[in-house]
Design a binder for this molecule. Structure first.
Ligand code: FE2
Ligand code: FE2
Length: 168
């Protein structure tokens, strides 16, 4: 007989909650995968002098988001879920599609801010759902949330500069 206190989220009586967490982690996994795709495209497409700082920053973020995807995948497995195959992927980041003009770096900056905001909202939700129940997932997602908050803050700074120069 398993009990909540002895086994936490792995206790039999928490099966339903565990499956809910797996669903949330799966959504997070796809968000990270899509961020990798969008950031690769947006780290290559932009033209112009002003784009170079943004491009360099996105190149770094690609590796971080990929690391996040791998962490979410590992946690899905630890909770007895299965990491989905690529056919289950549905794209959502309409705001991170290439702009009409590849010098339109403000479009990219705003798109990144929107993607990071979506991640921040979803990861705060996971932190709430896991509270008091699945400390391991919660701990992992808190660390990832900090990365996303840092990403957004950096791009908000880029946007501020463009706004100050009357370009955004
Ligand atoms: Fe991420
Ligand atoms: Fe991020």
């Amino acid at each position: 007989m398993t009990t909540r206190t002895s086994q936490g989220i792995l206790a039999e009586e928490n099966t339903e909650k565990r499956e809910q967490i797996i669903d949330l982690l799966t959504k997070a996994y796809w968000m990270e995968i899509e961020a990798v795709m969008s950031y690769i495209a947006n780290s290559v497409n932009p033209d112009g002098l002003r784009a170079q700082e943004i491009v360099g920053s996105l190149q770094q973020d690609i590796q971080e988001e990929l690391g996040h995807a791998q962490q979410f995948a590992a946690r899905i497995k630890e909770l007895y879920g299965v990491v989905p195959g690529s056919l289950e992927f549905n794209a959502e980041q309409s705001y991170l599609q290439p702009p009409d003009q590849q010098t339109d770096i403000v479009h990219v900056i705003k798109g990144v801010i929107e993607a990071e905001t979506g991640a921040i909202e979803h990861y705060n939700r996971i932190i709430e759902v896991t509270d008091g129940l699945d400390f391991v997932t919660q701990d992992m997602v808190i660390a990832i949330l900090r990365d996303e908050e840092g990403h957004r803050r950096l791009f908000e700074g880029f946007l501020r500069e463009f706004e100050a120069d009357g370009l955004a």
